[in-house]
Design a protein around this ligand. Structure first.
Ligand code: NAG
Ligand code: NAG
Ligand code: NAG
Ligand code: NAG
Length: 270
């Protein structure tokens, strides 16, 4: 779980049953403020890494980092402490979230405010720029606070384009715009998008509406059609569901809540 605030550890580790284990990483001088987080399991090496985005404005921020399970920094991408639009060397501005495919190719939304408003793909292993898409704006393929990113397993990258109140889908390979959904979000901007472990639906948080939407995930490649809400959970007032994380192994999902200052676990019943 990521924490915000002064003099608090940036990441806390719990068991899946909610028992507190420790703060992470052990060295507090490596992170300013965490936003997005992902685990990546490298099937070749057998190693698991925690990737996170640092949105902080301090000397460590505007970066994407990975850590070993014991809290050792493995990689730092971006230019620490310097927000900007650069591509070589790469810079981020309040970089919001990251998703990785099974091979380790990375998809990064940049960001949670800032000048860039873009989606970036970096190659597996060497982190070379594959493509980048988007700028500030409302047209298809543009963003206003791209806040969360997810892959659907059939070749598309999905972005919660928060201030534009829509989800947009792009080709994983080329970054080409595929389609967008707006009608589902007339009464609340999407803050985050996660694919269910069953791959049948997306889990989307609407912070202001205090709601979690379950939206059908189209399984055929190409066109995404219209948005279909299958179900929803209305949370209490001021809970403010922010980012969602899905456990592919458990099928459960976890929601970090800004209002309640808590994390809730939801387990689907079959
Ligand atoms: C960083 O600074 C920008 C611009 O002043 C501000 O909008 C943003 O909220 C700050 N971010 C953090 C994490 O403090
Ligand atoms: C996975 O591990 C292998 C072997 O250590 C390494 O060569 C490869 O670059 C790693 N892949 C990623 C995406 O980190
Ligand atoms: C992006 O565009 C919106 C709406 O036109 C504007 O309010 C915002 O300030 C712009 N952001 C940047 C970083 O230029
Ligand atoms: C999507 O919605 C529009 C407008 O309601 C409708 O015209 C169109 O047929 C729908 N498309 C699909 C694939 O259902």
């Amino acid at each position: 779980m990521a924490l915000r605030g002064v003099n608090v550890p940036p990441v806390l580790v719990f068991t899946v049953h909610g028992e507190y284990l420790r703060s992470f990483p052990y060295d507090p001088n490596v992170i300013n403020m965490v936003h997005g987080m992902r685990m990546f399991h490298n099937a070749t090496s057998g190693q698991t890494s925690l990737w996170l985005t640092d949105v902080g404005n301090g000397t460590l921020g505007h970066t994407v980092k990975s850590f070993s399970p014991t809290g050792t920094v493995e990689h730092v991408l971006g230019t620490a402490g310097k927000a900007g639009p650069g591509l070589a060397p790469l810079q981020f501005d309040q970089v919001a979230d990251i998703a990785l495919n099974n091979d380790g190719d990375m998809f990064i939304v940049d960001g949670d405010g800032g000048v860039n408003n873009r989606l970036i793909k970096l190659h597996r292993g060497d982190f070379k720029l594959a493509w980048h898409k988007g700028m500030n704006g409302t047209a298809s393929g543009q963003f206003h606070i791209p806040h969360s990113v997810e892959l659907d397993g059939v070749g598309r990258v999905w972005v919660a384009d928060r201030m534009n109140g829509r989800l947009q889908a792009f080709s994983e390979d080329t970054g080409d715009f595929i389609g967008e959904w707006t009608l589902c979000f007339k009464n609340g901007e999407p803050y985050s998008v996660g694919l269910s472990a069953s791959h049948t639906h997306f889990i989307v948080t609407q912070l202001q509406a205090n709601r979690i939407l379950f939206i059908e995930s189209p399984r055929q490649p190409g066109s995404i059609g219209n948005c279909t809400v299958l179900d929803s959970i209305q949370l209490a007032e001021d809970i403010q569901p922010h980012l969602v994380a899905v456990s592919q192994s458990e099928g459960a999902f976890y929601v970090g809540e800004l209002g309640s200052k808590a994390c809730q676990k939801f387990v689907p019943v079959s």
